[in-house]
Design a protein around this ligand. Structure first.
Ligand SMILES: Nc1ncnc2c1ncn2[C@@H]1O[C@H](COP(=O)(O)OP(=O)(O)OP(=O)(O)O)[C@@H](O)[C@H]1O
Ligand SMILES: [Mg+2]
Length: 611
């Protein structure tokens, strides 16, 4: 959000000069067919980068084939230039040098292209995941753990990326191993078969390792996410933790989570320690076999001495893919586990979406109506039922009720954060289900009781909904929210950067900035959910006066726990257990409704004590 300074722009080898903040939307998304295996579901994304990807594989194949040619030349050089000199040695030497140089250049190209594709793939998956998360509805975030989401966006994507880089490379190496085997066969069929004798065993060990590794890789990723969750909670909840002096407990929780990570990594290392040496050393047995049988063949004159040297070099080439196959198996397990965790998010469907053919809501009058609404969070009990209210054009309606009676829930339904299970919510007679989600959110403004501020300047926070707003508009909104005075007193005024979540401000100051932020957008319908709870009564009074002046035709839904706030409303609706039990002016309810009086007395007294 901060403007780039001269210093930021100065070219530096570590700072990509061409980096921009524009979002390049991935050209493809994952295959939605959940019955497919994980890597097949990623194919559409890889396919958008097929040119560099295939080029990388082709180059990598060429480079390996060139390398495979070298032992064969070595064989010929020894037999034809050294043992029985018929060709000058320099011929083979220059040939080998040229092939090595060519293999080097092609190898460079292949790696460059492959890594580039892999990082682009990682970029795409991360963007897809984040974009998808940004579209998910509140019902998802009500359950989601931040740490889990962060770890999925980081380490899980990375492990899939690693696999997409290495798997094709290793597969190409395997293909080249076949070529190498072909060369070995052309030199000596029996010796080639003997040299390959240990390879099936290697393969079998790889398969066994795959079986044991899978569960543990899954556990590792899950435990890492637990650590991230604990760290996230310890940082975000630091004020609560410190106020209860429970730092020790948090440290223990983290230690516990890290110990579990350490345990699973140890288990992982244990399995690897058992299998890797076998995988690495089995090829040495092949070498011994080649030495024995090849040696006997050379002694008996059935084979040139160069062949043994060439076989030796071929075994080294063959060894690599077989050894890497083990690593590939391990990475594959991890990538599969990570992919599962990423699909767990990508496969969640947003439940609040635009229905086909939805039109934009244009508020002309500003009436709002709840009719026969029933609503429950997830599979929980009904929070609202038989909920019916009609809010007239320009009216200010207050919702009053004991805590948990469903006031905030009603407000969230008017924002279409959720859809009602039964009945309908409508604005100007349009059902919210029939209009676009964005248009509802653009025209209904809400100020929540826990204002979230971004770690940016105050002006940027106020202009969050309208980043191109002029400074005058920002100041006007701040003035209406009664925030201008305290902002002017800050050292950098509107350019003061508020700490993360605005913790450098007082609760009341944060609330006023949140009100200014919503007022700047000037929504025709406004919801204040306990938005002034941390502001004293006089300041609150002047905010409401300013609100009236700004737009007296604005329809407003106020949720408040204070008599002073409630008294501002034209009408008051009394809620009990998710249903409206009485509605009328404050005075008439005070005069006629015992329950209303008792609810107000109950909610008012603690406030009065605190004043
Ligand atoms: N995201 C959620 N997921 C599940 N249940 C929820 C969620 N939010 C609220 N509830 C439940 O819904 C009920 C109504 O909550 P709501 O926030 O609407 O109450 P309220 O009237 O605004 O209370 P308060 O005056 O304390 O703000 C409560 O029982 C609460 O536990
Ligand atoms: Mg509430």
């Amino acid at each position: 959000m901060r403007a780039t300074t001269e210093q930021d722009r100065s070219p530096s080898p570590l700072f990509p000069v061409s980096a921009t903040t524009t979002y390049r939307r991935p050209k493809a998304t994952v295959d939605p067919d959940t019955s497919k295996s994980w890597w097949k579901r990623f194919i559409p994304i890889v396919a958008t980068r097929r040119v560099p990807f295939i080029a990388a594989l082709v180059f990598s194949g060429i480079s390996l084939v060139l390398q495979v040619l070298i032992p064969n030349l070595l064989n010929q050089a020894i037999d034809r230039s050294i043992v029985t000199p018929s060709v000058p040695l320099s011929h083979y030497v220059t040939e080998i040098i040229w092939i090595a140089v060519a293999a080097g250049i092609v190898g460079y190209l292949s790696r460059w292209l492959l890594f580039r594709t892999a990082y682009d793939f990682e970029y795409d998956v991360r963007n897809l995941l984040f974009e998808h998360m940004s579209l998910l509805s509140f019902s998802f975030y009500d359950r989601a753990q931040t740490g889990q989401l962060i770890s999925r966006a980081n380490s899980d994507i990375r492990s899939i990326q690693l696999y997409t880089t290495f798997a094709p490379m290793i597969l190409v190496q395997c293909a080249v191993a076949v070529v190498a085997f072909g060369f070995m066969l052309s030199i000596s069929v029996p010796l080639a078969l003997i040299a390959m004798a240990t390879m099936p065993v290697l393969f079998w060990i790889g398969v066994r390792m795959r079986k044991v590794m899978f569960p543990i890789s899954w556990v590792i990723q899950a435990r890492l996410a637990d650590v991230a969750t604990t760290v996230d909670e310890s940082i975000n909840g630091v004020r609560v933790i410190k106020s209860f002096a429970r730092e020790g407990r948090q440290v223990n929780t983290l230690a516990d989570a890290s110990e579990k990570v350490a345990w699973s990594y140890t288990k992982d290392a244990d399995i690897r320690a058992r299998y890797t040496p076998a995988i690495q050393n089995l090829p040495q047995i092949s070498l011994v076999l080649v030495l024995i049988f090849g040696g006997i063949m050379v002694i008996n004159g059935h084979l040139g001495i160069g062949a043994i040297l060439a076989f030796n070099a071929y075994l080294v080439i063959l060894q690599a893919p077989f050894m890497m196959l083990g690593m590939l198996v391990m990475m594959g397990q991890r990538a599969a586990a990570s992919a599962d965790r990423i699909f767990e998010i990508l496969d969640v469907e947003a439940d609040i979406t635009d229905r086909p053919g939805a039109v934009d809501l244009v508020v002309t009058e500003g009436t709002a109506a709840f009719s026969g609404v029933r609503f429950a969070y997830g599979d929980g009990p009904d929070v609202l039922h038989d909920f019916t209210i009609n809010i007239a054009e320009g009216e200010t309606l207050a919702l009053v009720g004991r805590t948990g009676s469903g006031k905030s829930t009603a407000a969230k339904l008017l924002m279409r954060f959720y859809d009602p299970t039964e009945g309908s919510v409508s604005i100007d007679g349009h059902h919210l289900r029939d209009v676009t989600v964005a248009s509802v959110r653009n025209q209904v403004g809400i100020v929540l009781d826990e204002p979230f501020l971004f770690s940016a300047t105050i002006a940027e926070n106020i202009a969050y909904g309208q980043p191109d707003a002029s400074r005058e508009a920002v100041i006007a909104a701040a003035t209406a929210a009664n925030a201008a005075e305290f902002i002017d007193k800050l050292p950098q005024g509107y350019d003061t950067v508020v700490g993360e979540r605005g913790y450098t401000l007082s609760g009341g100051q944060r609330q006023r900035i949140a009100i200014a932020r919503t007022l700047l957008v000037n929504p025709p319908i406004l919801i204040l959910d306990d938005a002034t709870s941390a502001i004293d009564v006089q300041v609150e009074q002047s905010i409401h006066e300013a609100l009236h002046e700004l737009l007296d035709k604005r329809t407003t839904l106020i949720i408040a726990h204070r008599l002073s706030t409630i008294a501002l409303a034209d009408r008051v609706a009394l809620l009990r257990d998710g249903t409206v039990v009485a509605i009328g002016t404050h005075e008439s309810l005070m005069a006629s409704n015992d329950e209303y009086r008792s609810v107000l007395a109950a909610i008012e007294s603690p406030v009065e004590e605190s004043i």
